[in-house]
Design a protein around this ligand. Structure first.
Ligand SMILES: [Zn+2]
Length: 173
């Protein structure tokens, strides 16, 4: 793993010089993502390779890996959600360029000033999030509670039987 990640990047210059950056990025500080997280106390591993792609577009080959802790919308507990993002992002400067992109390129409108790396990564994670997060049924507290509601039918007769037995004993006295 490389040294610290830069706070700001100049994507166009990075592409022209074929730079690569990789490292561990904490989720803490990603304010837009925070709403969907049950805990931001983890990091994602990122790897970005800049260079030239099809049709002369400058590209950023991006990989993000990690595990997010989302909020289950059924029981409000924590869902561990594995995150794997692999995408090729074309660095464009105008909206018009977006129309000429090959289909498998995702556009990133590059600003003239250096861009915040964390915001770029956060955008990618937000795009990859599920619309609603749920535990699998067998792990969800609430689904579990519904499936195993009290009143197990077997126990009722047994309780009544015990009561009847007690009554019998009282009568015999
Ligand atoms: Zn749940």
């Amino acid at each position: 793993m490389s040294a610290r990640l830069p706070v700001h990047i100049d994507p166009i210059r990075f592409a022209d010089t074929c730079r690569s950056i990789e490292g561990s990025m904490p989720l803490l500080g990603m304010d837009r993502l925070a709403n969907s997280l049950s805990s931001a106390d983890s990091s994602v591993e990122i790897a970005l390779d800049f260079g030239l792609g099809e049709r002369g577009f400058r590209i950023m080959d991006l990989s993000i890996r990690g595990s997010l802790q989302l909020v289950c919308q059924r029981c409000l507990g924590t869902v561990d959600w594995p995150l794997t993002i692999n995408s090729v992002v074309a660095l464009v400067r105008t909206e018009a360029q977006i129309e000429r992109l090959p289909d498998h390129y995702e556009p990133l409108l590059v600003e003239p000033q250096p861009m915040q790396l964390m915001a770029i990564v956060e955008d990618e994670i937000l795009l990859a999030l599920p619309v609603v997060a749920f535990h699998p049924e067998e792990q969800c507290q609430l689904a579990h509670a519904i499936d195993n509601r009290p009143l197990p039918k077997e126990e009722e007769p047994r309780q009544f039987a015990a009561l009847a037995q007690l009554k019998d004993q009282l009568k015999k006295r």
